[in-house]
Design a protein around this ligand. Structure first.
Ligand code: ZN
Length: 157
């Protein structure tokens, strides 16, 4: 009888999803013009993300990004871009909340409706140093949305 490795099928599947997004990023390339542009940086790992969004009638009409960094940060950016394309800004905020709940609050992804492929990143929470890598595009998006919805540049404080 063959010995089986103690690696779950989920782990294997999740690794493949992450590597696929890292090697073939979706929505790569910044939009010009864009309604939202936001830059994020994770100094702990050296990850950088530039995110651009085109928004029409409260819907995300287009998403584009440029970035460099580890496979976790880039896969997370690609997956996020794919998920928020076509969503309303409200849904984008909800997704940010769910992703944060999964990674930072340890919520079971199966209890988070609509988390989809993002569940592949749930294993990252076991590695404290990588959580910031996975969170980077989400905090970058959140900062950009805040600025967009405020309608102004932050007033110098
Ligand atoms: Zn990283």
């Amino acid at each position: 009888m063959a010995q089986t490795e103690p690696v779950s099928l989920d782990d294997e599947l999740f690794r493949e999803i992450i590597l696929d997004h890292y090697r073939h990023p979706r929505h790569r390339g910044l939009l010009d013009p864009a309604d939202m542009a936001s830059h994020g940086h994770n100094p702990l790992c050296g990850d950088e993300v530039d995110l651009s969004l085109r928004v029409r009638g409260g819907q995300v009409e287009g998403v584009g990004f440029e970035g460099q960094g580890c496979s976790i940060s880039m896969a997370s950016t690609s997956m996020m871009s794919e998920e928020i394309q076509g969503k309303s800004l409200e849904q984008a905020h909800e997704l940010i909340g769910r992703f944060r709940a999964m990674l930072l609050e340890g919520q079971d992804p199966s209890s988070l409706a609509g988390i989809g492929d993002l569940e592949a990143l749930s294993g990252v929470r076991r590695y404290a140093s990588r959580v910031k890598c996975a969170m980077l595009p989400w905090t970058t998006l959140e900062a950009g949305l805040k600025q967009l919805e405020g309608g102004h540049e932050p007033a110098g404080d």
